[in-house]
Design a protein around this ligand. Structure first.
Ligand code: ATP
Length: 265
């Protein structure tokens, strides 16, 4: 479903600020795989996600989604293939528009504008049905402006909007990190429910090792621009956060993981 081949990305090449963000990254993701991605600050996680979404173009190498070479396609040109939820609950929705208007935009994502983003009763019925699965009572608040919703409700709506049209790839960018533990758990449960229901191919970045181990069926660890660990489902299920830290140390030839955000989670 996703094939990243020999992708490199260097920022500010040839200057004193040169930074290698991705080093020869190769990744094949099968249809229906749910990958969790962890890595220290600056490891290259966001850069990798932005390469897949089209926000960044690789210096070399290629990216294929569902057999189509998208390496040089701009973000809007591949929007129909990708759903994305960001860390910031404000990022995925338009606060001054109502819930139904936001959903109408999500429904039209990747389609030609001429199809229209208007809301009719048929669409309203579909929206209500979809919103019910969030268990937030939002199906009765179609005309509420999204800016009035709580962070958790907005993130639940973002998740629904990102998956509405069953994208080829779902990108989750630390999408529970800004929420309190109770709301974060709600979004975790909802994510698992939606991913399972539509069998979505999913890549989720998280700083929470428990979450990385408990969710999904494959785990990647990035470090210094490269994938240093690729752990399959069977092995992942038996691991605890301490095992993950040890695996990192082994992969790095004894270097210990000194990332504060990791040790705190
Ligand atoms: N636009 C940019 N210009 C210059 N350097 C950049 C840019 N974007 C990222 N970098 C650098 O590339 C490296 C990888 O960054 P990236 O944001 O992908 O890491 P990350 O794993 O997502 O980290 P974090 O967990 O802190 O978000 C970092 O050293 C970062 O400073």
């Amino acid at each position: 479903m996703l094939k990243i081949t020999n992708v490199n990305k260097v920022f500010n090449a040839g200057t004193v600020n040169e930074k290698i963000a991705l080093r020869n990254v190769n990744l094949h993701v099968k249809k229906g795989e749910f990958i969790t991605v962890i890595g220290s600050n600056g490891a290259g996680k966001s850069t990798m996600m932005n390469m897949i979404s089209g926000g960044l173009t690789p210096d070399n190498g290629s990216i294929q989604i569902d057999g189509k070479d998208v390496t040089r396609l701009a973000e809007h040109q591949r929007a129909g293939l990708i759903g994305r939820v960001f860390q910031d609950p404000m990022a995925g929705t338009a606060p001054n528009m109502t819930i139904e208007e936001n959903l109408a935009i999500a429904l039209g994502r990747g389609k030609r504008r001429t199809l229209g983003f208007g809301v009719n009763n048929q669409k309203r019925e579909l929206f209500r049905e979809q919103l019910k699965q969030l268990d937030q009572g939002l199906e009765n608040r179609l005309k509420t402006k999204v800016g009035f919703l709580s962070g958790g409700q907005r993130q639940a709506l973002s998740l629904l909007m990102a998956t509405f049209t069953e994208p080829k790839i779902l990108l989750l960018d630390e999408h529970t990190a800004a929420l309190d533990p109770k709301r974060a758990q709600l979004i975790v449960d909802l994510t698992e429910k939606i991913v399972e229901r539509y069998k979505l191919t999913t890549i989720m970045v998280t700083h929470n090792m428990e979450q990385a181990l408990n969710m999904g069926n494959r785990l990647l660890m990035l470090h210094d621009g490269g994938i240093i660990l690729d752990i399959p489902d069977e092995k992942k299920r038996t691991m605890k956060p301490q095992d993950l830290l040890r695996a990192f140390e082994t992969a790095r030839g004894g270097e210990s993981f000194s990332e504060d955000r990791f040790l705190l989670t």
